[in-house]
Design a protein around this ligand. Structure first.
Ligand code: GAP
Length: 437
């Protein structure tokens, strides 16, 4: 795979309304992207499936939806103010900045000025803003660089109101912001993105084996999500044990789940053991007790944390890349059925026969009660199939003259292109079974 392939994805995404360049009528804004009508459906389907699997279907996990802008003391306690930095060098001539580890020597890679690069300086990746009208240092706040911290800051409130006992987790889906130095590769690395994160709290382990077992549980759960829900090709998924010197400041062990993107093998998700770093620091910084009291022994302690974390936008990109197929110049997007924006499309065989349109319209409206359905009455049936294949619609339902006689319709399946004649009255159940099966 190569960047030519990525360009095909970018162009399909734009052409069919999945993802557009952000602020396009003003010439765009570098590395900002807007999800269009189909993109928002795909992204929401991913988030809803994740929430169902990891929150609704588990007794040991509850969700929150916290504010994006938190008290700046949070970022002092979490270590982000001090450690969430990249060493940068700057060209004295053109003032472009580069990650120190990505340039060799002191010549500017951009304007080629000789010996123009400065010594590396730390650059904090958090987006700064001011609360209220006065731009004073006392009003500085930050857009959260990860959703995780809210789960620690709200830990006591969640504990008191949900009455969960260890081990249990807090989940959140939401936006995070990072002033990345080298954003790029479409929606892979942007400055505004979404995360799905779980902080899973366990009693302080008495042995390495204790936390390793929980870590292993989450490793398998993440792999199951990747293979069974996103249905990514297992051959293109790799696990990387992150060496100590490359781990985040809080992590005692990290695994990166990587995917073969068109631009190389890159991080998709992460899994980290954070120890008791966060709750302990928040107690020390806030002066509030963030400990858990064991209901049996009445002993108080800071739970330890295993953190599985998923990027929403990287999930979207991986699914698009994995699903894209092109045969004889025709694109077929083999999205997992549950994730497809439209679950079905309904067509009257001819767009100028009111009796066909009326029956097809009724089927369309009935199916819309169950899931999102597309309607198309333009051109020939082959063209309509091709158009739905391109956006990943798993089923097309065609109403023809036989339908008026025997109350059946043709159901054509995207991947096999096979057709089935199905009784109209059982269509919703028929399709639902195939989508969930
Ligand atoms: N709370 C831990 C944490 O934030 P991370 O590895 O920095 O860990 C988690 O981020 C996930 O968020 C990544 O695995 C990736 O999927 C996604 N992510 C991180 N930075 C991103 C960016 N600039 N653009 C898009 N997704 C990003």
């Amino acid at each position: 795979m190569d960047n030519n392939f990525l360009q095909k994805i970018v162009s399909l995404a734009k052409r069919r309304g999945f993802i557009y360049p952000g602020s396009e009528i003003y010439g765009g804004l570098a590395n900002s992207w807007d999800y269009g009508p189909l993109g928002v459906e795909l992204k929401n389907n991913i988030k809803q499936l994740w929430w169902k699997k990891f929150v609704h279907q588990r007794e040991d996990i509850v969700g929150i939806d916290a504010a994006l802008i938190m008290n700046p003391k949070v970022w002092e306690a979490s270590g982000h103010l001090e450690n969430f930095t990249d060493p940068l060098v700057e060209c004295r001539k053109c003032h472009e900045r580069f990650k120190a580890d990505q340039v060799a020597g002191t010549d500017c890679p951009s304007c080629n000025a000789k010996k123009s690069l400065t010594v590396p300086k730390s650059f904090n990746l958090m987006f700064k803003t001011f609360i209220g009208p006065a731009e004073e240092s006392s009003n500085i706040a930050y857009f959260r660089p990860e959703t995780a911290q809210a789960m620690f800051v709200d830990f006591k409130n969640v504990l008191d109101t949900s009455r969960k006992k260890l081990p249990f987790g807090i989940a959140q889906i939401g936006k995070a912001f990072r002033n990345e130095i080298t954003p790029g590769n479409f929606i892979f690395r942007t400055r505004e993105f979404e995360q799905m994160e779980i902080e899973y709290f366990i009693a302080p382990p008495q042995s390495d084996q204790e936390w390793q077992e929980v870590f292993e549980h989450w490793r398998k759960a993440m792999l199951s999500w990747i293979k069974n829900d996103l249905k990514l090709d297992p051959k293109k998924v790799h696990e990387l044990e992150v060496p100590e010197k490359e781990r985040a400041h809080y992590s005692k062990r990290t695994i990166d789940f990587e995917f073969e993107f068109p631009f190389g093998i890159k991080e998709l998700y992460g899994l980290a053991y954070r120890g008791d770093f966060d709750l302990k620091n928040h107690e020390q910084a806030s002066g509030q007790n963030t400990k858990y009291k064991d209901p049996e022994t009445q002993k108080e302690f800071w739970p330890h944390v295993i953190e599985p974390t998923w990027g929403v936008d990287r999930s979207v990109l991986a699914v698009l890349v994995n699903s894209y197929e092109e045969i004889d110049g025709k694109v077929k997007l083999k999205l997992p059925k549950k994730l497809s924006p439209y679950k079905a499309a309904v067509f009257p065989l001819l767009g100028n026969k009111p009796e066909l349109i009326n029956l097809a319209r009724k089927i369309y409206l009935d199916l819309r009660e169950v899931f999102l359905v597309a309607w198309d009455e333009r051109g020939n049936i082959g063209g309509r199939y091709a158009s739905q294949d391109e956006i990943g619609t798993p089923f097309c339902v065609t109403v023809d003259f036989q339908s008026l006689e025997d109350k059946t319709a043709t159901v054509r399946e995207r991947d096999s292109a096979l057709q089935d004649r199905v009784k109209i009255e059982v269509l919703p159940e028929y399709l639902q079974k195939k989508i969930n099966g």
